[in-house]
Design a binder for this molecule. Structure first.
Ligand SMILES: Cc1cc2nc3c(=O)[nH]c(=O)nc-3n(C[C@H](O)[C@H](O)[C@H](O)COP(=O)(O)O)c2cc1C
Length: 420
């Protein structure tokens, strides 16, 4: 039995462990981005270039990273975002992720394309769960799912709007990682070279459920009789994303959904304002981790503009590229109310199931608390722009008081002293 606290000191360690356990095709599906992976890379670069500006000699012994979202308290400013593939990386990973989130006191968002029925995840996972919605070609059939999620008791609905067409993932095409998966000589060799995944996950589905993972939360329209599985649904075009959605659909959802409604995949401040006008309670500022539009703007860069435009009308969650507690604090300081993670917990569950997911959250937890301490911050609400130095933008501190020049033998050079 591996000791994750020693083996996985950070999210990158969990990523390496997941890489060893999963097939190449599956790992790259989880890990890589679309086209040239520019958005994915730049999400990280942008976060790395933002600096935190510590304040010292403030008593930070009582720091508390808790937040309140939609009237409910959470232990960390963190959520587990939806990743539809989770059920393929671990047997019933959705339940593992939900349990890990519940134990840590943070929300879990169940993806539309998850492999376990939403009612089962809700009952066995516990905690705060939100449901993520993709809208397929037949929008009315999709609304059946909304009614089901409402009746099941999901606490919020998250409508993903950033991918009206499927993304161009060349790595997946090369790896043959299309859905539904086809068994080829290459995929068979890939599977046999990863026996822990093959027997621990795939064979478990076959033994326990008599089949490979499916998509039990997707509703097919009556016209799709006989298309009750993904293969037939896709073949008949029922699983095409709906590229006709507009703001009216969001208003329609608002009428149907009685609890918090969140729009995921906003990057433009005007769209945030429109979402609020249509009755949304929150948004997720996201470029889908660089998985959709490779030339997309970066969430962390758009965040302050969106926060300024939205004011207090919306709760703002940001995601895409967050791997460290310090990243989370940067997002909060730039205007987010919380940060969602996708790959970090997906690596965790792919590496070691529920303990791996727990480990991923525990790493963020420790890093957030440690960074708060070193930043001189006791609570999340007090984080703001004065905790941040943006690339190339030295904050203004007003005129330095007094004469801070020092005279050398041959020169007088200014001494940079910052005083508030
Ligand atoms: C493998 C994978 C699958 C994903 N599946 C979904 C999904 O089914 N629905 C959705 O709204 N977002 C999906 N996302 C996007 C995540 O919810 C989230 O926006 C993103 O992963 C955050 O960036 P991060 O992975 O760098 O933390 C997926 C992301 C990845 C990496």
């Amino acid at each position: 039995m591996s000791d994750l606290t020693r083996e996985a000191l950070n999210i990158e360690d969990l990523r390496r462990m997941a890489r060893r356990r999963l097939t190449k095709a599956l790992f790259e599906f989880c890990d890589r981005g679309s086209e040239d992976e520019i958005a994915m890379r730049d999400n990280r670069t942008a976060l790395d270039r933002i600096k935190l500006l510590p304040r010292v000699l403030t008593d930070v012994s009582g720091r508390d990273p808790g937040i309140t979202l939609f009237g409910k308290k959470h232990a960390l400013p963190l959520l587990i975002g939806p990743t539809g593939i989770a059920g393929w990386v671990w047997y019933r990973a959705e339940i593992a992720l939900a349990r890990a989130a519940a134990d840590a006191g943070i929300p879990f968002i169940l993806a539309s394309t998850s492999s376990t029925a939403m009612e089962t995840v809700l009952a066995e996972g516990g905690g705060t769960q939100w449901y993520q919605l993709y809208v397929w070609r037949d929008a009315d059939a999709t609304l059946v799912t909304v009614a089901r999620a409402r009746d099941a008791g999901f606490e919020a609905l998250v409508l993903t709007v950033d991918s009206p067409t499927y993304n161009n993932r060349e790595f997946d095409i090369r790896n043959g990682a299309n859905f539904p998966p086809r068994v080829t000589l290459r995929s068979a060799i890939d599977g046999l070279s990863h026996p822990r995944w093959l027997f621990g996950t795939l064979a478990r589905y076959a033994l326990a459920e008599g089949r490979l993972p499916r998509f039990p939360n997707i509703h097919f329209p009556p016209a799709a009789a006989g298309a009750k599985n993904y293969t037939a649904g896709q073949g008949a075009g029922f699983l095409s994303r709906n590229d006709m959605l507009d703001w009216d659909f969001l208003r329609r959802l608002r009428d149907l959904w009685p609890r918090p409604l969140i729009v995921k995949g906003i990057l433009h401040p005007d769209d945030a304002v429109k979402a609020a006008a249509c009755g949304a309670d929150g948004i997720i500022v996201s470029n889908h981790a660089g998985n959709v539009l490779d030339a997309a703007a970066l969430p962390i860069e758009m965040l302050p503009h969106i926060a300024a435009a939205a004011g207090t009308r919306l709760k703002i969650i940001v995601d895409s590229g967050f791997r460290r507690g310090s990243d989370v604090l940067k997002g909060l300081a730039l205007g987010a109310d919380a940060v969602a993670i996708g790959r970090a917990t997906l690596y965790g569950v792919g590496a070691a199931g529920e303990p791996g997911a727990r480990r991923a959250i525990a790493i963020f937890d420790a890093e957030i608390r440690r960074t708060m301490g070193n930043l001189g911050v006791c609570d999340i609400a007090s984080l703001g722009r004065n905790n941040i130095v943006l690339p190339g933008q030295m904050p203004s501190f007003g005129a330095p008081a007094g004469d801070f020049s020092v005279s050398g033998a041959n020169e007088t050079r200014p001494l940079t002293v910052i005083q508030r």
